[in-house]
Design a protein around this ligand. Structure first.
Ligand SMILES: Cc1ncc(COP(=O)(O)O)c(C=O)c1O
Length: 399
């Protein structure tokens, strides 16, 4: 006998709108068609050998093979605090102001579950990383998108820009927090000092919390990464999220962290302890070593990815796309209208057959789907020969 799904669906109402993620769908399409997958943002080369060896050593030496402490192993919490000091001059207490999580994804979910009551509004920049909407829904909150819009910069390039008036207008008496992401996935925008200062002023003026997803902090090619928590009045109201996945090219390890004041971190920990309780132990020791790598690692990662960004940006432009300037992240957003297309979803569904390349329609990251209809996202965190192959396929397939 089967369960009578027509009387009551299995998936609860809060999550009903979130089926499988677009990444699973597009990656399956890539496998089925043998296409080059520039859809999902994971590197096809592993991170530093020394960090991998540190994980093996931890496993062998019995470090972290049993439940590590709930807040994370002290070695990693200290390394996270040192990293904040080293790169941003922020002083963070490793004992009370750091929490290790199962990737940034858990940090985002735990932060929202901890800080949001049903009925609270959460402002997020649209298009947004796909877990945000689901995490707000799981917390019973209401998401309020503020759309990043393409704009021309003084140097003639195009980038997605935050409209500060629109952000201000989105705040109501029910707004609890702003969920910010910079460097921004999928648009590749890095919020400027002026934009962040305005966000900070608004948070202070309206007494809002902020949760900032900074997983691409070391992948900034233009401008600089500025943590929102370092702006006046923001330390006491900001939860800052980081992850080893992108900074060390080990996305499968799922080690992330939260920093914030002791009361904020304690609140997030309350939610986290009933999600995963702790994250994988041996990897925490390895990530502690990784965070202490010399500057050459962080500079090398950035310069490597800058070259990849340039390769893909040029290739997409040569293939006929309109291309936005990527200031940070793993991604280039392209406009399909110069190719005579309008609907990114239809375009991406046909691209594997047509060109043997997979991309993601940016539309799926919007509530206002029409705003994102003509945009598609390509990941460049791949080997150069893979990018060259993809660009060649696009050029011949679209001509
Ligand atoms: C903006 C953003 N936040 C969070 C994550 C997830 O990070 P993690 O793998 O550490 O959970 C990603 C991964 O693609 C991302 O792009």
């Amino acid at each position: 006998m089967t369960y009578a799904q027509d009387t009551r669906p299995l998936l609860n109402r809060r999550l009903a709108e979130f089926g499988t993620t677009i990444f699973a769908e597009m990656s399956a399409l890539a496998v089925r068609t043998g296409a080059v997958n520039l859809g999902q943002g994971f590197p096809d080369t592993d991170g530093p050998e020394s960090v991998r060896e540190a994980a093996v050593r931890a496993l062998r030496d019995g470090h972290g093979n049993q439940y590590p402490p709930g807040p994370g192993v002290p070695e990693l919490r200290e390394a996270v605090a040192e990293h904040q000091q080293r790169f941003y001059g922020r002083t963070v207490d490793p004992d009370t102001e750091v929490l290790v999580t199962a990737g940034a994804t858990e940090a985002i979910a735990a932060s929202l579950l901890a800080l949001v009551e049903p009925g609270d509004e959460v402002i997020a920049l649209e298009p947004y990383y796909d877990s945000y909407a689901a995490a707000v829904a799981m917390a019973g909150g209401t998401r309020v998108p503020v759309t990043l819009r393409p704009a021309e910069e003084p140097d003639g390039t195009r980038r997605f820009r935050l409209d500060l008036d629109e952000l201000r207008d989105a705040v109501t008496d029910r707004t609890r927090l702003i969920l910010l992401n910079t460097p921004h996935n999928p648009t590749g925008t890095v919020l400027t000092r002026e934009e962040l200062a305005a966000v900070a002023e608004l948070c202070v003026e309206r007494d809002l919390l902020a949760v900032t997803d900074e997983v691409y902090e070391h992948l900034v090619f233009e401008g600089e990464h500025l943590p929102l928590a370092s702006f006046p009045g923001m330390r006491e109201r900001t939860v800052t999220i980081g992850s080893a996945g992108k900074t060390f090219s080990f996305t499968g390890w799922k080690v992330g962290w939260v920093t914030g004041t002791a009361p904020l971190v304690a609140a997030v920990r309350s939610a986290k302890q009933y999600l995963t309780f702790v994250s994988a132990g041996p990897f925490q020791y390895a990530v502690a070593e990784a965070l202490r790598l010399p500057d050459s690692h962080f500079d090398g990662l950035r310069e490597d990815h800058r070259a990849k960004r340039d390769l893909l940006t040029r290739g997409l432009a040569d293939a006929g796309f309109g291309v936005f300037r990527t200031a940070g992240t793993y991604f280039v957003t392209a406009d399909i209208r110069p190719l005579g297309a309008e609907d990114g979803t239809a375009f991406c569904l046909s691209l594997p057959e047509r060109c043997g390349v997979v991309a993601v329609p940016t539309q799926v990251f919007y509530d206002h789907e029409r705003e994102g209809a003509p945009f598609v996202r390509f990941a460049f965190c791949k080997r150069d020969e893979v990018l060259r192959d993809a660009v060649g396929r696009l050029k011949s397939g679209l001509s």
